[in-house]
Design a protein around this ligand. Structure first.
Ligand SMILES: C[S@@+](CC[C@H](N)C(=O)[O-])C[C@H]1O[C@@H](n2cnc3c(N)ncnc32)[C@H](O)[C@@H]1O
Length: 251
């Protein structure tokens, strides 16, 4: 593991303790299945009808996983390098009697068998921690069965540029859409280095790896709002998230 990835993991281990303190609230949220949004449910409707085995890439506290099972998934395997997050996710799933298992591992390089998944589900602040998009996409394709799907619901690459001013949206003077990275100052903070790429780079990585693009859309709603912040940038005029669905080509 390189120095930046190790430091980022340390930041996530520390930050994940917050979610352990919120265990009861997250248990209730997971049980309700509501963290899997209506947008995600609609886009995944046809895939989830086929009872897929799901790999949740960078599963964090796994609150979406119960929702995926409730919406039709046969099983969910979460992979995350945070022992704290994966441990809490496993405890929650066991308590809810859900068919989820969690593996602690750095990604890419998932210690899972080739072709073990019908659906790789990822996002909500995941992609920004992957330094090498080609390696990311190749490992996802390796995990997918023929005709398996990749689904991403992620922060829009332009969103780190928006200020959180309450009256008018603005562009941060210290950020560039084309910069390779910046230091995260929201969550997990702690000096974590967040990788940047353009939407074009993400789509190119997906299609170059052997996936066919089925859906790509940009959305004004953020997937997450920092507590107490009411940014004008979230009021519908700017892109804050995107969704992507792709299918493995060979098969
Ligand atoms: C913002 S959380 C999103 C988690 C999940 N999608 C969710 O909505 O709860 C990002 C997660 O990525 C994990 N992560 C970051 N870099 C990683 C890496 N290289 N390998 C494995 N997990 C990683 C962190 O530990 C963290 O749990």
């Amino acid at each position: 593991m390189d120095t930046t990835t190790r430091a980022n993991r340390d930041a996530w281990e520390a930050a994940s303790e917050k979610h352990v303190r919120e265990y009861s609230e997250l248990l209730a949220q997971a049980a309700s299945g509501t963290s899997l949004t209506t947008l995600e449910r609609d886009l995944l409707h046809d895939v989830l009808r086929t009872a897929p085995d799901v790999v949740h890439w960078q599963s964090g506290h796994g609150t979406d996983d119960i929702g995926l099972l409730q919406a039709g998934a046969r099983s969910v395997t979460g992979v995350d390098y945070s022992e704290v997050a994966a441990g809490a996710a496993q405890r929650r799933a066991t308590e809810l009697g859900a068919d989820c298992r969690y593996v602690v591992a750095a990604l890419p390089g998932a210690p899972l068998a080739d072709g073990c998944a019908d659906l790789v589900y990822t996002g909500k602040g995941a992609l920004i921690w992957m330094p090498d998009l080609q390696a990311w996409a190749a490992d996802i394709v390796r995990l997918l069965r023929p005709s398996g799907h990749l689904f991403i619901y992620e922060e829009h690459p332009a969103a780190p540029l928006w200020t959180w001013d309450p009256d008018e949206p603005g562009i941060r003077p210290d950020r560039s859409y084309f910069a390779p990275s910046h230091v995260n100052d929201s969550f997990p903070a702690g000096g974590a280095v967040q990788w940047q790429r353009t939407l074009a780079e993400i789509v190119t990585a997906v299609t170059s790896a052997g996936l066919r693009l089925l859906h790509l859309a940009e959305h004004p709603e953020p997937f997450w709002r920092m507590g107490g912040v009411h940014a004008a940038a979230w009021n519908g005029r700017l892109p804050n998230t995107f969704t992507l669905l792709a299918r493995r080509l060979n098969g």
